[in-house]
Design a protein around this ligand. Sequence first.
Ligand code: T3D
Length: 259
Amino acid sequence: MTDGLRVEVDGPVATLTLDRPEALNALTVPLKTALLAALAELGADRAVRALILTGAGHAFCAGQDLAERATPDAAPLEVELRERYNPIVRAMRAIDQPIVAAINGVAAGAGASLAFAADVRIAATDARFILAFGRIGLVPDSGATWTLPRLVGPAWAAELALVGDPVDAETAARIGLVSRVVPAEDLLAEARRIAVTLAAGAPVAVAATKHALDAAWSRTLDESLDAEAELQGRLGQSADHAEGLAAFRDKRAPSFEGR
Ligand code: T3D
């Protein structure tokens, strides 16, 4: 039995594919364990500068595997969240590399939450989001109560979380849940184009931007201004900043080393 995760590293971009298409890439313990391990390993690898998260087949991810949940030895829900789902979401936000979610089909339950926890979300035209938790008597989890209102505001967050109707890709783009929608056949190429662009950025600045955007949710404007000044002071001393200036002067593409 495989763990259901495919990891492919191509230059500075790692692609993580949830690969259980027969169950719409639903999340089992082996898949969650493998995903967490991959995030830890790739997050520590300085040669990897951007990640893509996608699903095999026609779905992105249908959330928790409900067949596994029905087995007698399934962990209690709280344990499953604390020991597997929450660490995955924390790892997605903690690693320095940006994550591009390429949402190739339905993203339901915790599958939607994983998409929400990425840095950039792009969707295929036939993608849809379903906060399926309410249908089975649960609350949105894996960070969705935190990420969703921040992505789309309180009105749409309540619509998705409480009403629970599927949201199609076009609507998702209109409400800010995804930043762009592309034909299904172009999705991975577009995700890779974005990931390669991110990977070509100055890694320390990219990481600082990712973490500063997260931190801003709990900061005042004054605190953000202070944090930006402190970060800019440090980055202004970096070799990558000098390289960026030199590349501008020489009219060439910069080559950043993460120093
Ligand atoms: O540990 C914990 O439990 C706590 C954590 C909870 C986090 C959560 O994610 S809770 C939410 C769990 N997910 C769901 O409730 C979604 C269940 N799935 C659906 O509602 C629908 O499948 C979809 C709306 C996602 C897609 O509908 P549709 O019509 O496109 O596909 P389908 O025919 O329903 O599904 C196709 C196959 O995938 C089918 O298998 P079969 O009959 O062909 O052998 C179906 O059973 C399977 N499948 C879909 N979702 C899951 C799944 N198998 C296991 N787990 C699933 N979540």
